[in-house]
Design a protein around this ligand. Structure first.
Ligand SMILES: *[C@@H]1O[C@H](CO)[C@@H](O)[C@H](O)[C@H]1NC(C)=O
Ligand SMILES: *[C@@H]1O[C@H](CO)[C@@H](O)[C@H](O)[C@H]1NC(C)=O
Ligand SMILES: *[C@@H]1O[C@H](CO)[C@@H](O)[C@H](O)[C@H]1NC(C)=O
Ligand SMILES: *[C@@H]1O[C@H](CO)[C@@H](O)[C@H](O)[C@H]1NC(C)=O
Length: 219
């Protein structure tokens, strides 16, 4: 399969890592991302409540250039504290899934993770790139045992990713605008003109079904 924008994105991230050793202006640290979390996440983030299917609605992420139909299916492992997420995207007509791993970081509080990927096409070394990641906010809806909206932030050197999710394929524009505003108010450097919108219209039916909850603990 030809190189995709995602793979190019990985290369960009890798190159950026190398460049970062030259650039002293980069400000990406675990303490820095931890400071961006909402009060609710700081007080009581429960990674189990992230379980299940999420629809991306907006993102800033160079690795996602050219992608569509982005969804995330998250599963918390309560013995390791790790979250494993299947990130499913389409590039043109080609769907594929990238396995993302979110590992807790020693000495860091709730909602702070080292994110890495199992790179597609057997490309080695994805796990070696660790993005400093924080849950900026996670909100419960009417169900108290799962989150209904989610904002994730990751950085490595001077590359950043910011992603806004909900449980449904559509989102009210004002709700999305509020989420973006909230991220900015928490101190995330939101470049409004580089935020991309995901439109799930026309995506495969499995990604536009009712939210799927994987955790047996929720029933
Ligand atoms: C880096 O980020 C941290 C946390 O957000 C902040 O306290 C610090 O002032 C920043 N440093 C620079 C050089 O911007
Ligand atoms: C959780 O992680 C442990 C250790 O890696 C593994 O043995 C177990 O199968 C995992 N559980 C689930 C539900 O994935
Ligand atoms: C962890 O998950 C397993 C199955 O997914 C469940 O049986 C167990 O009770 C859970 N343990 C805790 C401490 O929540
Ligand atoms: C998504 O695309 C559909 C069909 O192209 C369009 O009708 C709809 O307005 C779009 N939604 C957004 C939020 O842009």
């Amino acid at each position: 399969m030809a190189a995709t924008p995602f793979v190019l994105g990985l290369v960009v991230v890798t190159l950026s890592l190398q460049l970062a050793t030259l650039a002293s202006s980069a400000n990406c640290s675990y303490d820095g991302v931890a400071a961006l979390r909402s009060d609710a996440v700081q007080a009581s983030f429960n990674p189990q409540w992230m379980d299940g299917l999420w629809y991306e609605h907006s993102y800033e992420d160079v690795a996602q250039a050219g992608a569509s139909c982005q969804t995330l299916t998250s599963l918390y492992n309560n013995s390791t504290g790790q979250i494993v997420s299947q990130f499913t995207v389409k590039y043109g007509q080609t769907p594929f899934t990238i396995v993302e791993k979110y590992d807790t970081v020693e000495g860091q509080p709730k909602g702070v993770y080292r994110k890495s990927v199992d790179a597609p096409f057997g490309i080695p070394g994805g796990h070696l790139i660790g993005l400093k990641t924080a849950v900026i906010d996670a909100k419960q809806g009417t169900s108290t045992l799962q989150y209904e909206s989610l904002i994730l932030y990751s950085c490595v050197a001077f590359v950043q990713e910011l992603v806004f999710f909900s449980r449904r394929p559509t989102i009210d524009e004002s709700e999305l605008a509020d989420m973006i505003k909230f991220a900015a108010s928490q101190g995330v450097d939101v470049a409004a003109d580089s935020l991309q919108r995901v439109n799930h219209t026309g995506c495969d039916s499995h990604t536009v079904s009712e939210p799927l909850v994987l955790s047996p603990l929720l029933v």
